[in-house]
Design a protein around this ligand. Structure first.
Ligand code: NAD
Length: 249
């Protein structure tokens, strides 16, 4: 076994409070492309339709693009071995919580319970009029834009758009994890998106060790105690095996 993996397994076995922090990279092997970099979504599509002011001004045009990308295409994605491996670590008491920047709901679908969604979740809609939330069922998206059945307000996916703030509860819980954790496992995140990218460095400053899994070096690599370079599915599976979770893999 390579030394870095042995070191990571030791840190995870010895941790009293391990928190996982994930980005778009963990869902790439489920078929969801990242937003940035070569082949990323923003190299093909202008992200302006996800600006909150544009959405309010032209809801139908924005919704047509949103539905095509986030519901018709991403909606079919299934959790992969990395999502399942983390859920198994949580079930075994090795991981306390997952902070995810992703909006795809795949951690919960794999069995994750303590999932803090930093940017919201595409599987829910929220009314811009009364704040009521409802499931993003296919029939609600048959006619666009969808309107709230309670107040008639415009419904928006319950993930954050450009120009919106981070949900308060997710922000607080993330900072709490960063203060309490003695180990942070960062998977598939470039560390370029604010303010999410401040969470792992905050944990590190409070004394947590940091393990990073990524195909490439990221903004987190300079502060990582252990850098495991490779794909999320292969490396999370190996790590889970190394800490004795053979049955789930
Ligand atoms: P990012 O797109 O900025 O970076 C992705 C990172 O994942 C890169 O560092 C890349 O090297 C790494 N990566 C790619 N494939 C990988 C693999 N198979 N295994 C391991 N690592 C891999 O991602 P980010 O830091 O999460 O920021 C993007 C923002 O866009 C997030 O805020 C997120 O909300 C959003 N987003 C979400 C989804 C989703 O819900 N699945 C998808 C795309 C973007």
């Amino acid at each position: 076994m390579p030394q870095a993996m042995a070191q990571a397994a030791l840190l995870l076995r010895e941790a009293r409070h391990a928190t996982v922090f994930t980005g778009a990279g963990i869902s790439v092997e489920s078929g969801i492309p990242p937003f940035r970099g070569p082949g990323g979504l923003w190299s093909q599509i202008d992200p302006a339709f996800m600006e909150i002011d544009r959405f309010r001004a032209e809801p139908r045009e924005s919704w047509l693009k949103i539905k095509e990308i986030f519901y018709d295409f991403f909606g079919k994605a299934q959790p992969n071995a990395a999502h399942f491996g983390i859920a198994a670590m949580e079930k075994a008491g090795r991981v306390r919580a997952v902070i995810t920047q992703n909006i795809d709901g795949l951690h919960q679908e794999a069995g994750g319970r303590e999932v803090i969604e930093f940017h919201g979740n595409s599987r829910w809609l929220v009314c811009l009029g009364c704040g009521r939330r409802e499931a993003a069922l296919a029939e609600r998206l048959a006619s666009l834009p969808p309107y709230c059945s309670a107040c008639g307000g415009l419904l928006k996916p319950d993930f954050i758009f450009f120009g919106e703030g981070i949900p308060e509860k997710a922000l607080q819980r993330s900072y709490q994890e960063a203060s309490q954790a003695d180990l942070f496992l960062v998977i598939g995140s470039s560390g370029e998106v604010q303010p999410a990218c401040q969470v792992p460095p905050l944990a590190k400053a409070r004394g947590a060790r940091l393990i990073e899994i990524n195909l490439h070096e990221s903004n987190f690599t300079p502060i990582a105690d252990v850098f495991l370079q490779g794909s999320a599915t292969a490396l999370v599976s190996s790590l889970a095996r190394e800490i004795g979770l053979n049955s789930v893999l």
